[in-house]
Design a binder for this molecule. Sequence first.
Ligand SMILES: NC(=O)c1ccc[n+]([C@@H]2O[C@H](COP(=O)([O-])OP(=O)(O)OC[C@H]3O[C@@H](n4cnc5c(N)ncnc54)[C@H](OP(=O)(O)O)[C@@H]3O)[C@@H](O)[C@H]2O)c1
Length: 234
Amino acid sequence: MKNRPTILITGATKGIGRALVARFAPAASALHLVARNGQDLEALKEELSAVDCTVQVYPCDLSEALSVEALINDLQTHLTELDVLINNAGVYLPGALLTEPAGNLHYMMQLNVLSHYELVRGLYQKMPRGSHVIHMASVASRKRFDGKPSYSISKHAQGVMTDALRHELRPLGIRVTSVMPGPTWSHSWEGAEFPKERLLDAKHVADAVWHAWQMPPEAVIEELVLRPFEGDIE
Ligand SMILES: NC(=O)c1ccc[n+]([C@@H]2O[C@H](COP(=O)([O-])OP(=O)(O)OC[C@H]3O[C@@H](n4cnc5c(N)ncnc54)[C@H](OP(=O)(O)O)[C@@H]3O)[C@@H](O)[C@H]2O)c1
């Protein structure tokens, strides 16, 4: 863990990503923030103007391979060094395998898995020893839930990829953490009628990531599983 790190966070404008920005911004020297909606990114940048760090925003649709490639080129130009890469952007599209809209699984594989894969491959050479890659996974990385099998497939694939990256990045001194939250209040739960405490608060997840990042370089939290105290929502 480095004082005043340079941090990249994808999916930074809402939900867990937004909570991660709030948690890490006071410690950062530079934040590089990615989401699709440029206005939301500019509004977030404005909000962060009181914080003592530089903020660069990158509107990009990570579900499109060509946009990811352009983003990586852009980041390679802007970044001299990257200390924390948080691949958080991801989506849950409901459905059953046999009846969901065509393209559901492909979309989630591109966004939840391949964009993370490409960003690590494109940026790890900018990451010094002691830096940290953090992947936002899910309890669905370990378990099938009715109504979201394609999401679970994508998160399982992301889990294996993260494990393999940990193995390959260890000799370079780069730590890798997979974060597996249970249901967490965010955009994807809008309109759900559960008591507030039935889901995690995004701040809980951001706090857990913060603690993982604070571990000394000789230790790594490889996997973090967080659930609401009452357990999953089946
Ligand atoms: N909420 C949960 O219950 C829960 C539980 C376990 C794991 N997770 C995981 O946590 C991560 C964040 O989830 P969340 O619930 O916090 O999400 P969220 O509230 O829906 O926010 C998603 C963020 O990602 C951005 N985004 C969405 N699609 C994108 C795309 N195609 N390209 C670039 N950015 C995109 C959004 O901004 P734009 O719309 O402007 O692009 C937004 O900033 C995901 O990986 C999710 O699988 C969530």
